[in-house]
Ligand binder design. Structure first.
Ligand SMILES: [Zn+2]
Length: 54
């Protein structure tokens, strides 16, 4: 019916700046997760775009 899909989550890759642990999370998130290995707050590594080519 309506193609506006606001519930669609956007995957992003986050990386731990300390030990380089990588995890995929889905936006929107309130806070970036902490690394499960060293408990450092992770930062966004790259946006994973699922074939939306504009
Ligand atoms: Zn870490």
């Amino acid at each position: 019916m309506d193609r506006t899909d606001r519930s669609k989550q956007e995957p992003v890759e986050v990386i731990c700046p300390k030990c380089r642990y990588i995890e995929i999370i889905y936006l929107p998130v309130d806070d970036l997760p902490c690394c499960p290995l060293c408990n450092t707050q992770m930062s966004i590594s790259e946006l994973l775009d699922e074939g939306k080519s504009y």
